[in-house]
Structure formats: C-alpha cells, structure tokens
Write a protein that binds this ligand. Structure first.
Ligand code: SAM
Ligand code: SF4
Length: 325
C-alpha cells in the first residue's frame, strides 16, 4: 500500500513532530523563545504510536522525529525506540539542535535511531550564541563527533544560510567534509509569517554557493529516484558531501516525497500550506486506525502541486518549530 497525490508523487517519508517546544531561540525561528500556546498539549505516546502505525501501514518507510526540539520530550528514548520497533519502519531519523547529542548519541543509536541531522549554523562560538541564544557551539561540534563514533548510518549538518550572519563561514563548513564522512547542507532561509523583516535582510540564494563549488571541482551527485529536494555535491578529496536545499528553486516541489504530522495531531501536506488537517480525534483508540488511514489517503490526494512562497505566501506557518521544518 502507498500514499500518492494527484500529481504522481508518492509519499514514503513522514516528518513527525514530537513537540512544538524548544529550548533554543534561533533568530530565524523562535527569536523570542518558545511561548506555550493554549490548547490540548502535545500528542500522548499512545496517540503518537497510533499515528506512526497508520502511516507505516500506508507505506511510510522513513520517519523523522522533529519539533520544536524533539529530544526535550519526556521519555524521548522510549518513544523513539517504540517507533523504531514498528516492523515497516526501515529508517528512523532525528533532527536536533544537538544540545544533548554529545552525552546522548550512544543511547539514541541504541534506541534505534539510524540517521541524524544536526543544526549547526555557525562554527564560531560568538556567532552561534548570537543565533541560538546558547553558548554551546563547541558542545554541538563534539556531539557530531560522538554521533560518528556511535555509528549512525548518516550524519548531516544543517546550516541555515544567512547573508551578513554566517555567509562568510562557507569555506570553514566545506573544510569539515574533508576528513569527516558527513553531509554539510546549506538550507536557504525561508520566509515565515513571523519574520518577514528578518527574511528581507538576510535571505540569499544558496544555489549561488553551489555554482561556486562547481568552479572548484565539485560535481553534482545523480539523484536517486526517491531522493528528496537536496542537491548534493561531491569532491574526490573530500570524505563528506555538500548539499543545498533551495525551496525557492523551480523544481523544489516536483520531488516532494514527505508529509508532516504536527505534535497536535494535524496532517500538513506542505510546509507552507494554508491549513493543517486535524486528525487527533481519530487517534483515540486502536480501532480508529482504519478510518485514520482512509482520511490520510483522501487528504493527500488533494495536495497542491507547489507552494506559493515566491508570491510571499507563507501559508499559516508562523515559524518552522510549529510544524517541524
Ligand atoms: N530543533 C531542531 C533543529 O533545529 O534541528 C528541529 C526542528 S527545526 C524547526 C528543523 C529545521 O528547520 C532546522 O534545520 C532549522 O534550521 C530549520 N529552520 C527553521 N526555521 C527555518 C527558516 N526560517 N528557514 C530555513 N530553515 C529553517
Ligand atoms: Fe528550536 Fe530548531 Fe527552531 Fe532553533 S530551529 S528555535 S533549535 S526548533
């Protein structure tokens, strides 16, 4: 069984948000820090597992745990292990700000997490502090080394590329890939409802950096059929690779292979969609799972062919911590 939309796109990848709360205050995401909004609170473990079971029954083979900061959820390791144990889940991935990575890498690996994305927007401690509100730059870098030792199948470092903030650090990030088998990925700053002025000041196209790389002997790796939107580059002298995520590029939506489920139980068909489809009422008992699956399949058929960010339409996305980036 699989889920597909009206444009021939198949969905085998789910980004599952464990919480919308976060302990960091990234300037492009939650500059004022996390503010609890009212409402019923995040899904319970039982609700979360029903959602994960429904999606995996529908052919979702890769689940990424995200947030907010997913690792601040209570009993995070137990939740991760339960999802990893679902027989049809082939890859369990985690996106984290890395604040506990150094200490927790081994136990997260043991819980069954295969792949790791770590956000690290600067290699300079002062800039890192200015961006995130936390003086943890060195700790996060040590966490990345700990993750490599712990044996994750893939370790990716995510950098939100910002003009006037960290664009001068590109070469330092590229150098990281010389000896480390990691993928360093430059993510283009996306406009969200809360940060139009920040976006205007700091947005710059990441594909400009990609063009520079090709002049320096890097070549674009051919994409696998089921690959996501990242454009990846390799170089014979580098153990790792460099990736670019360019949501404003023409073809970005064509390769969309992912769905999003918020920590409140809403299905999001697009990061920049204008609505989430509430599913929580179908997560209350195991015998609701068949109906939940039917509703997911029907909703995905209505997925729009593309986002409208170019026209400045950020949908209902105030910041990416609410949906999970
Ligand atoms: N807290 C975790 C982290 O930071 O890795 C996971 C959630 S975060 C919302 C997921 C990803 O979205 C991170 O890589 C973050 O850098 C990225 N992100 C957040 N806001 C963004 C924005 N406005 N533009 C581009 N990327 C953004
Ligand atoms: Fe938190 Fe991640 Fe948003 Fe930074 S990007 S504020 S770490 S959710």
């Amino acid at each position: 069984m699989h889920i597909s939309d009206g444009f021939g796109r198949r969905f085998s990848y789910l980004r599952l948000s464990l919480t919308d709360a976060c302990n960091f205050r990234c300037s492009y995401c939650l500059p004022e820090g996390y503010k609890k909004c009212g409402g019923p609170g995040p899904l319970s473990n039982e609700e979360l597992m029903r959602a994960a079971r429904a999606f995996s029954d529908l052919g979702i083979a890769k689940i990424r745990l995200t947030g907010g900061e997913p690792t601040i959820r209570r009993n995070f390791d137990v939740t991760a292990a339960s999802i990893a144990a679902l027989p049809k889940v082939k890859t369990l991935a985690l996106t984290t700000n890395g604040y506990r990575l150094r200490e927790r890498a081994v136990s997260w690996r043991k819980a069954g997490i295969d792949a790791l994305n770590v956000s690290l927007d600067s290699l300079d401690p002062d800039t890192f502090l200015a961006i995130t509100g936390h003086d943890r730059c060195i700790e996060v870098q040590q966490g990345i080394e700990a993750a490599l030792i712990a044996g994750f199948s893939s370790v990716k470092v995510n950098i939100v590329y910002m003009k006037g903030v960290n664009d001068h650090e590109v070469d330092r990030f590229i150098k990281l890939t010389q000896d480390l088998p990691i993928s360093v990925r430059f993510i283009e700053l996306m406009e969200t409802g809360d940060h139009a002025a920040f976006f205007r000041k700091h947005h710059a196209p990441v594909l400009d950096v990609a063009r520079q790389l090709t002049k320096r002997g890097w070549t674009q790796r051919i994409k696998a059929a089921d690959a996501g939107p990242s454009l990846d580059y390799v170089h014979p002298d580098h153990a790792g690779s460099i990736g670019f995520i360019a949501p404003y590029s023409e073809d970005f939506c064509k390769t969309c292979n992912r769905l999003r489920f918020s920590s409140q139980g809403d299905l999001h068909l697009c990061l920049f969609g204008t609505f989430g489809i509430p599913m929580r009422r179908f997560l209350q008992a195991d015998d609701q799972i068949p109906e939940l699956k039917q509703r997911i399949v029907a909703a995905v058929r209505r997925k729009s062919p593309r986002h409208f960010l170019h026209q400045g339409e950020t949908g209902q996305t105030h910041n990416l911590s609410a949906i999970g980036g």
